[in-house]
Ligand binder design. Structure first.
Ligand code: ATP
Ligand code: MG
Length: 260
């Protein structure tokens, strides 16, 4: 349910994360570091991830190198089971590599503890899931507002920001609808508004168009491009859809835990 939980395999509830995040060990609560636009926002070096399954090691990621630059739309593509979600969870600091390094601008995610990664995530990242992950009893407006509350944005700023984000995704006429009163594409656009409301620098999306038809998928991609142009955000998403790949600045093709 929470927007800060892992994409597919939930690692923690948002309540646990909020509780855990009260005592940062590093001064990262403030957005003190603004990378130059030419510097990578995120750098992955030689990342491996091995799971223990039934006493046997399962090598899922086998030496990943990648870079996300500011204001880029980057896509991860690959067959089911190739390791896309595993990698995306790692980029968001929801999981840590068995080997290798992940730098979120100057922060070593591979070295940071849970609390510091959680704080960074809450301030600087947004997540979009395949199945929308909206709070079912809250309206579109309230869903977006919740994200501002959780990121610690001052209450006085909420109204303007919520209205702005819902306008950005073209839902100004549906603000007071609850999720079940919205179409699939509209729900996903609320999820996008919710994910960008607190002005994250990185938006991670796991198959955000998988449950949508091609016209709605195209709409979502148009919204993504608009967000990149106006909100200073980098988007990294996974997809199976070849027609969507065309709008990417860069496509990483994953085969069996490696890029090809
Ligand atoms: N926590 C875990 N423990 C054990 N094995 C795992 C774990 N997480 C992922 N795996 C395995 O790692 C492989 C890659 O999984 P992952 O979810 O990253 O694939 P994916 O590329 O996202 O696939 P899909 O397109 O189906 O979403 C799978 O074989 C999966 O079973
Ligand atoms: Mg996946």
């Amino acid at each position: 349910m929470g927007m800060w939980t892992a994409f597919k395999r939930k690692s923690k509830t948002s309540e646990e994360e909020i509780a855990a995040s009260n005592e940062p060990t590093l001064e990262i609560a403030h957005r003190s570091i603004t990378p130059q636009s030419s510097e990578p926002l995120l750098t992955v070096k030689g990342v491996e991830r091995t799971f223990q399954v039934g006493g046997q090691p399962l090598h899922v990621l086998k030496g990943i190198n990648m870079e996300l630059l500011p204001n880029q739309l980057v896509m991860l593509r690959g067959r089911s089971g190739s390791g896309k979600t595993t990698l995306l969870n790692m980029l968001g600091g929801l999981d840590q590599p068995s080997k290798g390094e992940i730098w979120f601008h100057s922060l070593p995610f591979h070295d940071l503890g849970d609390n510091d990664r959680t704080l960074t995530r809450r301030k600087e990242m947004g997540f979009i899931f395949q199945a929308f992950a909206l709070m079912p009893l809250l309206s579109a407006w309230e869903n977006v507002e919740l994200s501002l509350r959780m990121a610690g944005v001052p209450k006085g700023e909420w109204k303007q920001r919520v209205a702005h984000c819902l306008r950005l995704v073209g839902l100004e006429k549906r603000m007071h609808h609850r999720p079940f009163e919205l179409s699939g594409g509209e729900q996903q656009r609320v999820a996008i508004a919710k994910a960008i409301a607190h002005r994250p620098r990185l938006l991670l999306a796991d198959e955000p168009t998988a449950e949508l038809d091609s016209q709605m998928s195209a709409q979502i991609m148009a919204v993504f491009q608009n967000i990149i142009a106006t909100e200073q955000v980098t988007i990294c998403m996974t997809t199976h859809d070849p027609t969507i790949l065309e709008v990417a600045d860069h496509v990483y093709e994953m085969v069996d835990g490696k890029f090809v």
